[in-house]
Design a protein around this ligand. Structure first.
Ligand code: ARG
Length: 578
């Protein structure tokens, strides 16, 4: 595997440069596969060695690269060493490349690339990822879908490289919207409709009550009154609220199942409404609370204490705010789950909110807030279905599935299958995910049904299609589990390109784990699909001599499992047939 070569080269360098092996592990990178046949497999950047203070610079990169080159000898692993601009290139023995990349990789294929030394440099421990977090009764928006799939990716990634992950959904389950909903339900609610289609009915009531409240002072009053009753935990109001919450969670769970997402904890703003009082007392006790002329309570976050930046934690009527509940929630989670790091995933409009949250926690003396991180993402424009604006997440999934089913029915290559709906669902979801993950998360993008569902483009459909083709090849032609095979026949450039590309896998995961961006993995997998397409064309299994066929199957089988593992980390369920 890649780590074998990396370790070997690092140890060579360590002997020459008299530095621990470790420092070279991440200074080495696999060389990107290009159309031109690559000869080198790994590359060491001299500039990086300078930057990291591993080697003192004499100002002339090239001469230092040449000097190092003179000391590096070929051996049983490295067959050629050369210099490029500011780099040293290593080419490993082809036979060994085939052997290591296609050999067993631990208990099973699912661990390929996951035992890399690269990950030793990352902090391990418990990671709490908070994502999804829709608001009950309010309309769903594309941001909630983005948060769900991005958070799920981050959780999967962290888990696969050895962190203990806790997945939290922080529902918007408290606030004035429940005053409106409660008052509205008293007037136009129907138990029957609520049981039948809870999200739709709550949404309808919410829309109607908001519309009427604009002209109706009594209704506004009733809504405030209902929320006041909630804040005082009055039995009847609480029971209705509880019911709204429970049926919503049940509905959400169905959609999350469909998306392949699960949560360890369904928390929400309501959980922390009592603790907010304690937070405020503690802030006061620490001397961090200021009362403004308007009667609100704030924490001054400006460096020089001139209130040029501050965070409001209590309204003038003494009620808590979004940030107050977040402060309480963070402290509560730290105590309950003793996480090492905590990650929040929301759209970028909340960047300032989280910045302030972490500042307040730090001011309170919670140094662990340094290991809290907000992952912001951009807006999605134009997410519409045939029926118009999207109101529920399910609408998007249904439309995606219907469109995919239609495309499948038109395609000549579509296979007979037991449950086409289920396949269409999985493929459509992968199309949504890949469209979303291709660029940097912070960028906005335009939602485009046709483009994301193209079978030939760089899409989730393409990933699934390639996976299904590899699966059927491996299943049809052999079991692919044969570990004894003739390595010597795998010499074609197409084979070497795939193996060289697989050398990147651990690097790609390492980079993603640092910046939490899925684009590295998406682009890696898409490129893999391109390489596979050429290999399937030029390296036939059927009709080749048995030893060649067997060796090629081994190549395709390993490729198939890396593709599947990568897809799973992205949150995609690979299909075997389509
Ligand atoms: N429910 C919020 C919204 O829809 C997102 C919650 C984000 N998480 C947090 N801890 N504030 O905007």
């Amino acid at each position: 595997m890649a780590c074998f070569f990396r370790r070997h080269i690092a140890s060579k360098l360590s002997q020459i440069l008299q530095q621990p092996e470790d420092v070279f592990i991440s200074a080495l990178s696999a060389v990107p596969v290009s159309n031109k046949q690559q000869t080198a497999d790994f590359r060491l950047s001299i500039g990086t060695l300078f930057k990291d203070g591993i080697v003192p610079s004499n100002g002339d990169v090239q001469s230092q690269a040449e000097a190092l080159l003179n000391e590096l000898k070929q051996d049983r692993v490295v067959e050629e060493v050369s210099t490029g601009r500011g780099v040293i290139n290593f080419r490993v023995h082809r036979k060994l490349l085939v052997q290591k990349m296609l050999g067993p990789c631990g208990k099973d294929d699912d661990t390929f690339g996951l035992n890399s030394e690269l990950f030793n440099r990352l902090e391990k421990g418990r990671t709490l990822v908070e994502f999804g977090s829709p608001n009950i009764a309010k309309r769903f928006h594309a941001g909630h879908l983005r948060s769900t799939i991005i958070g799920n990716f981050i959780a999967n990634l962290k888990q696969s490289i050895g962190n203990d992950v806790i997945r939290v959904n922080y529902l918007g389950d408290w606030g004035m919207q429940f005053g409106m909903l409660g008052a509205g339900f008293d007037r136009y609610g129907s138990q029957e409709k609520l049981e039948e289609n809870p999200l739709q009915h709550m949404f309808d009531v919410y829309v109607q009550v908001n519309r009427e409240a604009e002209m109706n002072e009594d209704l506004r009053h009733a809504a405030r009154d209902f929320f006041r009753r909630l804040e005082h935990h009055e039995g009847k109001a609480m029971a209705l609220w509880q019911h709204f919450r429970e049926i919503s969670v049940k509905e959400y769970q169905q959609v999350y199942n469909r998306l392949g997402v699960h949560y360890d904890i369904y928390s929400g703003e309501s959980f922390h409404r009592v603790q907010t009082q304690e937070v405020v007392q503690e802030l006061q006790h620490l001397g961090l609370l200021k009362i403004t002329e308007k009667g609100t309570a704030v924490v001054d976050l400006s460096p020089s204490g001139d209130m040029s930046s501050y965070s409001t934690v209590l309204r003038s009527d003494g009620t808590s705010l979004y940030i107050t509940r977040d402060i309480a929630a963070a402290m509560d989670r730290k105590e309950k789950y003793t996480f090492h790091e905590m990650i929040y995933v929301t759209d970028k409009s909340q960047e300032n909110h989280f910045h302030q949250l972490f500042q307040v926690l730090l001011a309170m003396g919670h140094s662990w807030a340094q290991r809290c991180r907000h992952v912001p993402f951009g807006l999605v424009q134009g997410m519409k279905t045939r029926h118009g604006e999207v109101i529920f997440l399910e609408d998007v999934l249904d439309e995606a599935r219907a469109r995919m089913l239609h495309n499948m029915s038109l395609s000549k290559t579509t296979k007979e299958m037991d449950n086409p709906e289920d396949t269409a669902d999985k493929v459509a979801i992968s199309a949504l995910i890949v469209q979303d993950f291709k660029g940097p998360l912070e960028a906005d993008y335009r939602f485009d049904w046709d483009r994301m569902l193209q079978a030939k483009g760089d899409t989730g459909v393409r990933l699934q299609y390639t996976h299904a083709r590899l699966c059927s090849l491996v299943h049809l032609q052999g079991n692919g589990q044969e570990l004894e095979f003739d390595h010597s026949v795998l010499v074609e450039p197409r084979t070497i390109s795939i193996l060289q590309h697989l050398l990147h896998y651990d690097e790609v995961l390492y980079r993603s784990a640092q910046d939490l961006q899925p684009k590295h993995l998406v682009n890696f997998l898409i490129k893999l699909c391109h390489l596979v397409a050429s290999a399937l064309r030029d390296l036939p299994v059927k009709g080749s001599p048995p030893n060649v066929a067997q060796a090629r199957l081994q190549l395709f089988s390993r490729t198939c499992s890396v593709l599947a593992n990568g897809m799973r980390i992205l949150g995609i369920t690979p299909v075997d047939k389509m």
